[in-house]
Ligand binder design. Structure first.
Ligand code: DQA
Length: 157
């Protein structure tokens, strides 16, 4: 494929990305690794200790290590962050937008069911994301069945 772009500093990264995406089947090699951000919400720092009947015995560090290995094997640049604070989670999302993260995987934990601010952050960032939960929300309390993220997510696990 031939490219005829007017190259300047402002569009340099966009152009490289476009070439990279179009050239996936042209043996160009990988110019940009896809960047995925995994966000863990409140109380998930206690994985492995907290309600192990629901969330299992794997710690957050062990889970992140497994994800890091998977990402490396698939040539993905992965970053995992956890916070117990709603505003910090929102700042992570704003920051992800600014850093042109390609995809977000988020277990917003209890904020899933409560946070319009988190939904607004996702809508503002316009980053594709998947909502993840460890437990079966539909086998638990009624209030866990509602998610402020589900209808704007690319998928739910
Ligand atoms: C959770 C489910 C939420 O309802 C709960 O508040 C959590 C964890 C899950 O992974 O199953 O903290 O998101």
């Amino acid at each position: 494929m031939l490219y005829n772009f007017e190259l300047n500093f402002d569009n340099f990264v966009d152009i490289l990305r476009e070439i990279c995406e179009n050239s996936a089947n042209e043996n160009f090699g990988v110019w940009f690794l896809k960047q995925v951000l995994v966000l863990h919400g409140p109380n998930l720092n206690l994985l492995g200790i907290r309600e192990t009947n629901l969330y299992g015995t794997v710690t957050l560090d062990a889970l992140n290590d497994t994800l890091a290995t998977l990402a490396m094997n698939h040539h993905i640049k992965l970053e995992c962050r956890q916070t117990n604070a709603e505003h910090v989670l929102i700042d992570f999302i704003h920051d992800a937008k600014a850093r042109r993260i390609d995809f977000v995987i988020i277990n917003a934990a209890a904020f899933t069911h409560t946070s319009i601010a988190l939904r607004d952050a996702m809508l503002a960032a316009k980053l594709p994301f998947i909502e993840v939960h460890i437990s079966n929300l539909y086998g638990r309390e009624e209030y866990r069945r509602h998610s402020y993220l589900a209808d704007i997510a690319s998928g739910i696990i």
